[in-house]
Design a protein around this ligand. Structure first.
Ligand code: GLN
Ligand code: ZN
Length: 783
């Protein structure tokens, strides 16, 4: 009988509590520090994390070793499957680093000569992984030196290290192929590679190895036959791994959804334990939500043959756990078989520790509702003691205190604003409806009098060093509020002048005053808290600080109206009012878990609806409500998607339907494939939708044509992700492709996305090309 794990976490962050890895990476990339320095920083972070976990009393420490960019990418390197084009990238300075590190960075970031690999969102999170690029003839050659060195280092330090590998099914299901072949043909090969690796891991003294298979929480495949085949092959693969592992015990970990399929598929193979997410999809019973599952009904396929690592502490949100409630779940499960305590997912998705979060110093109440990474580790330890009957008097007090904190969050006036609740209670379906598009179109055409194929941009213009420095100086108190304001006004004036000179039809103010499209609004809304140091990795060295949406959201004052008025005062052309939509406001925040997301989205929508009213009063005729993240929150299982789309669309429409026919509502989407969601885009009923297209080879045009899309639409004709200025002929072609797919009367001409990451030179040159393309096409449309 294998040893058991009493307490662990499903995975660890790596960027560092103060983003130490970010700094080390970026100086290494700029050639301003050595490989040795990067290696040292990464090692320190791994050690620190291991010490924190072991120090808290957890008895198994997940380790991916030193990870320099992304663990899917690490897996590609481990399997010798980095893209072929990086094979000849020269070693830069890999002293102390994995031998492949410069090739790994070339795949992740591209080089002057080589394109970067695609990057996309990890399941329904805002973390991005590097997409494996495979082909039918890809050969997998295990390159495990780095992994084994890191493991040996941890074992030598006395860490109960548990290497974490991405499971074969998940790795391949998330891969793309360059030749149109099926990535999953390689399933057996990857299992074989891992089967060769396991004895080598066992030799280094790891008692456990973890395989992450979150893909098993999805539908796996639309086609039932193919699904059954994949699951059977996955089961056979794990049987091989068990045989190869010898005394090393295997843990299969799922997260972001129901783990029952994983248990059902792999139970009885000799896997020692399943790690499962017991938070996602389980809501508080007080909501009487029918998605809720009673403790006894959890994981029907689990017979108790394997140990269960019960993820009762939320790994991807920042709320303090109701320990009493979690203990109840743990005890119900323990009656059925051996149970250990864990987090619902890797702690990669939450900030490191409340201890360093200075923004909460003056808000003890909010602070008492939260648990970041370190606090979650302590919660796991305590729950594990309590489950084994080893709790101390202090632990008992902590359980009671946590329960009270959760109760106080639910009853506080800050989370329950009576006036707002009265207002949301009175929302009717009519509030989510405008008059017909035909009727609106006619009124708007008269009111706006725009040329055919009107040109516009998505909102932001280059966030220059001066703009960012002005914001930094304001924060440090080096300049006054008034000085900052003047600098932004000057910037807006400049941006308006440039757009007029370029001949754009509908202008924007350029968003210089916005640090981030979500944070800017969260800072001005009640019910939201912005943090100082609560960083989480978004991709590579990039981190974000998602604000905390803890309570009922209200808008104490107008948020964008002054800036709009200033911008409009500099021009006779229309300036768009510019807002972030309700779904994106949720997707890029830590959101309260004590009520359905749709309820929270409606509250944000009402605040936006009021803002839109104020913009209209101030003279705005065109208002854009961005929803780049609407695809991101789409549930992983098809069965749950309609309910999501209903509230997501409903919230957007609640925000935007309060205006008269003459007001033109725009929206914008990007960062993901919208082909399957084109019906939803139509349901939003925005008068005009700009949508990223150029970067994806105008794929979305097929969907627009096939669905007979009837609203205004601007498929991007300039891929803004590259500093390259497009040739006139390229943009002409993209636009004529768009004209083939969408009637000219519906078509707008715009870039793929906002321009804040671009420089002015390429921006000006590219917009010239875009405007010229529109003018030429207009001539042919008019003829
Ligand atoms: N209006 C925003 C901008 O232009 C939209 C950004 C986005 O789509 N992510 O920056
Ligand atoms: Zn965008």
């Amino acid at each position: 009988m294998t040893a058991q794990i009493n307490a662990t976490v499903a995975g660890v962050p790596r960027i560092g509590p103060k983003r130490e890895l970010k700094k080390a990476l970026e100086t290494y990339w700029k050639d301003a520090s050595t490989g040795r320095n990067l290696a040292t920083v990464a090692t320190q972070l791994v050690n620190q994390q291991a010490d924190l976990i072991a120090g808290a009393g957890l008895d198994s420490v997940p380790t991916i070793g030193r990870s320099f960019y992304d663990s899917m990418l690490d897996t590609s390197a481990l399997l010798g499957a980095l893209p072929e084009r990086v094979a000849d990238v020269a070693d830069h300075d890999n002293d102390g680093l994995p031998a492949y590190v410069d090739r790994l960075f070339a795949a992740a970031r591209g080089t002057a000569e080589l394109p970067a690999s695609a990057m996309t969102k990890w399941f329904d999170t805002n973390y991005h992984y590097i997409v494996p690029e495979l082909a039918a003839d890809t050969e997998f050659r295990l390159d495990d030196a780095a992994l084994l060195t890191d493991l040996a280092d941890q074992v030598t330090r006395g860490t109960a290290a548990r290497p974490v590998l991405i499971g074969p099914l998940t790795y391949l299901a998330l891969a793309r192929t360059t030749d149109g072949s099926d990535a999953l043909v390689h399933l057996e090969e990857i299992f074989e590679a891992y089967a060769r690796l396991l004895p080598r891991i066992a030799e280094r003294g790891a008692a456990w190895v973890q395989f992450d298979e979150p893909y098993l929480v999805t539908d796996v495949d639309k086609d039932e036959t193919r699904k059954a085949d994949l699951l059977a092959r996955t089961r056979a693969g794990y049987e091989k791994l068990v045989a190869a592992a010898g005394d090393t015990a295997l843990l299969v970990q799922t997260y972001f959804g129901d783990g029952d399929l994983a248990v059902k598929t792999l139970s009885g193979t000799g896997i020692a334990a399943f790690g499962v997410d017991l938070v996602t999809g389980r809501t508080d019973e007080r909501q009487a939500d029918d998605t809720n599952i009673a403790d006894e009904a959890l994981l029907p396929s689990w017979t108790g043959e394997e140990q269960l690592l019960a993820g009762v502490v939320d790994g991807r949100n920042i709320w303090r756990t109701d320990l009493a409630r979690a203990l109840q779940t743990l005890k119900a499960l323990a009656a059925r078989g051996p149970v250990g305590v864990s987090t619902s997912s890797s702690l990669l998705h939450v900030p490191y520790s409340l201890a360093q979060e200075t923004s909460l110093d003056d808000d003890a109440e909010l602070r008492s509702w939260l648990a970041f990474g370190a606090e979650k580790i302590a919660e796991v330890a305590l729950l594990s003691r309590a489950l084994r009957g080893e709790e101390t008097a202090e632990d008992d007090a902590a359980v009671a205190e946590a329960h009270e904190a959760v109760a106080s969050r639910r009853s506080s006036e800050r989370t329950r604003n009576a006036a707002l609740r009265q207002r949301t209670g009175a929302i009717t379906e009519a509030d989510r409806h405008r008059n017909s598009f035909d009727q609106r179109r006619e009124v708007q055409a008269k009111e706006l009098n725009l040329p055919p194929l009107p040109t516009t941009t998505i909102g932001s213009f280059p966030q220059t060093t001066e703009i960012r420095q002005a914001r930094a100086k304001l924060r440090k108190g080096d300049i006054t509020e008034a000085q900052y304001h003047d600098a932004m006004v000057a910037e807006i004036k400049d941006v308006i002048g440039r757009q007029e000179a370029l001949g754009l039809d509908v202008l924007v103010h350029g968003e210089p005053e916005r640090n981030d499209m979500v944070q800017y609004f969260s800072e001005q809304l009640e019910g939201y808290h912005s943090t100082d140091l609560a960083w989480v990795q978004s991709y590579g060295s990039r981190c974000v600080r998602p604000p905390i949406l803890f309570g009922d959201v209200t808008r104490p004052a107008a948020m964008t109206v002054e800036w709009f008025k200033i911008a409009q005062s500099f021009t006779d052309k229309f300036v768009k009012g510019m807002l972030t939509g309700p779904v994106t406001m949720l997707a890029w925040s830590f959101v309260r878990d004590d009520q359905p997301l749709g309820t929270t989205a409606d509250q944000v929508a009402l605040a936006l609806r009021d803002e839109i009213d104020d913009l209209v009063d101030a003279g705005a005729k065109i208002i854009q409500v961005d929803e780049p993240a609407i695809r991101e929150l789409l549930p992983l299982r098809r069965a749950q998607q309609p309910a999501y789309l209903k509230w997501a669309v409903g919230a957007f429409r609640l925000a935007t339907s309060g205006v008269a026919d003459d007001i033109q509502i725009h929206t914008h989407m990007c960062y993901s494939e919208f082909n399957e969601l084109i019906g939803t885009v139509g349901d939003l009923d925005a008068d005009v939708t700009s949508i990223e297209a150029a970067r994806n080879g105008m794929q979305v045009l097929h969907a627009l044509r096939d669905s007979g899309f009837e609203l205004g639409v601007g498929p991007g004709v300039w891929d803004i992700h590259s500093p390259r200025v497009p040739e006139q002929s390229e943009v002409d072609t993209l636009l004529s492709d768009a004209l083939d797919a969408v009637p000219a009367s519906q078509l707008w001409v715009n870039p793929d996305c906002g321009l804040k990451t671009r420089g002015w030179d390429e921006t000006t040159a590219s917009i010239k090309v875009l405007v010229a393309a529109a003018q030429k096409a207009r001539a042919s449309v008019n003829a």
